[in-house]
Write a protein that binds this ligand. Structure first.
Ligand SMILES: *Cc1c(COP(=O)(O)O)cnc(C)c1O
Length: 384
């Protein structure tokens, strides 16, 4: 064993849920105990309180909590009545849920390439994809910009294309909740926004959860109906096809406590990213943030020439530094999605990034000593 490589140190957690719980002391336990005592496990008072606080945080008129980020995306498509023959434009370099909900409503996902520097939807490729959809006889209906790794997509360009083509904008901010575009938080732009509270997301609960944001007053009762089996005025009247889409009261109670320290965690994540940027920019391509955006750093994702990436992951693992590759296979090459159309050029940037990206440990409780361990291990592995 190489004597200067510290393999004896405890592995660094990729994300650290325990550190956050320790910081909150008994607050989460107390919040859960309150729900156990009042027993309103479904639609309890914490759910309404959370929805109000989430809307205020995002700067949106309405927040509708729900069972997951995936269900948030699906509820919006269902509430809009997206249907067979409609085209929904999704980046191919994303988590599968972005596109998965499209066939749920019988519509067709059309895959769009991304930009190499921000990993987010390429507006020019979106225009090409709209043309492909029309040529196939589909009706362009919805575009889903994804805030990949925590940075909002180029909303100025995408909104302009959506306006010119009569598309609704469904923002997928499952990774970007808390980030900003032109000084506004995600959730406050587009026609509706979906986010996730999966534990590994920047604002996570202790299970599955999500929310929809919108300023559209008319959409709110429809979303709430979809969330409750398509109920009408009466609970046992069903006016549309819906789902069981509610957020558990216990998760809402947990999220209320976590939301109260989220601003502070956002600042901590930003400090980690800045230190990584300064220490690694000479040995790899560090993430670029658009001057109009701030990132919530859901992931800190670097790029290395094809082939070097996998060697780095293996070398870091030996030093107790975990890494992850998001995403090794772009959506348009996934077996379940390969039959969907894509913008006409084979999506070369998605293909390229899939071979180059690797994400380093990133969370609000990663102290400077742990950051330095990550930095030293990366530099050593790259021979710097
Ligand atoms: C996590 C994620 C989702 C889905 O959220 P869940 O709460 O896990 O259902 C959707 N889109 C993106 C981009 C995600 O990262």
């Amino acid at each position: 064993m190489n004597s200067h490589v510290k393999t004896d140190a405890a592995p660094i957690p990729f994300i650290d849920v325990a550190a956050q719980r320790a910081r909150l002391g008994t607050r989460i336990d107390d919040a859960v105990a309150r729900v156990l005592n009042h027993c309103r496990f479904v639609n309890g008072p914490e759910v309404t309180e959370l929805e109000q606080k989430l809307a205020a945080f995002a700067g949106a008129k309405h927040a509708i909590s729900c069972s997951s980020g995936t269900d948030a995306l699906a509820m919006i498509l269902m509430a809009w009545g997206v249907k067979p023959g409609d085209a929904v434009f999704c980046p191919s370099f994303t988590f599968c849920a972005t596109a998965e909900v499209v066939p749920w409503v019988g519509a067709t996902a059309v895959f769009v390439d991304v930009l190499e520097d921000t990993f987010n939807m390429d507006p020019r490729s979106l225009e090409a994809a709209i043309k492909v959809a029309k040529d196939k006889g589909l009706t362009p209906k919805v575009v889903v910009p994804v805030d990949l790794f925590g940075q909002p997509a180029d909303m100025d360009a995408i909104q302009a294309i959506a306006d010119a083509n009569g598309l609704k904008v469904l923002c997928d901010t499952a990774q970007g909740f808390g980030a900003t575009w032109n000084g506004k938080r995600t959730g406050s732009f587009g026609d509706a926004t979906a986010t996730s509270f999966f534990p590994a997301k920047p604002l996570g609960c202790f299970g599955d959860g999500g929310a929809v944001f919108t300023d559209d007053d008319d959409l709110v009762p429809v979303l709430k109906s979809v969330r409750e089996h398509g109920q009408g005025v009466d609970k046992y009247e069903n006016v549309r096809i819906g789902m069981t889409g509610r957020l558990d009261t216990i998760q809402a109670a947990i999220l209320l406590e976590k939301l109260s320290i989220f601003e502070d965690e956002i600042a901590a994540r930003q400090r980690v990213a800045e230190r990584y940027n300064a220490a690694l920019a000479d040995v790899c391509t560090v993430p670029a943030v658009d001057p109009r955006a701030t990132s919530i750093w859901a992931q800190y994702t670097i790029r290395l020439p094809h082939g070097v990436r996998d060697g780095l992951g293996a070398a870091l693992q030996k030093e107790g530094v975990p890494t992850a590759v998001y995403y090794r296979i772009p959506m348009h090459r996934q077996p379940a999605y390969a039959h969907f159309p894509a913008a006409g050029n084979g999506l070369p940037v998605c293909e390229k990034l899939a071979g180059e990206v690797i994400s380093l440990p990133m969370h609000a409780y990663l102290d400077e000593a742990a950051q330095d361990r990550v930095i030293a291990a990366v530099r050593r592995a790259l021979g710097a």
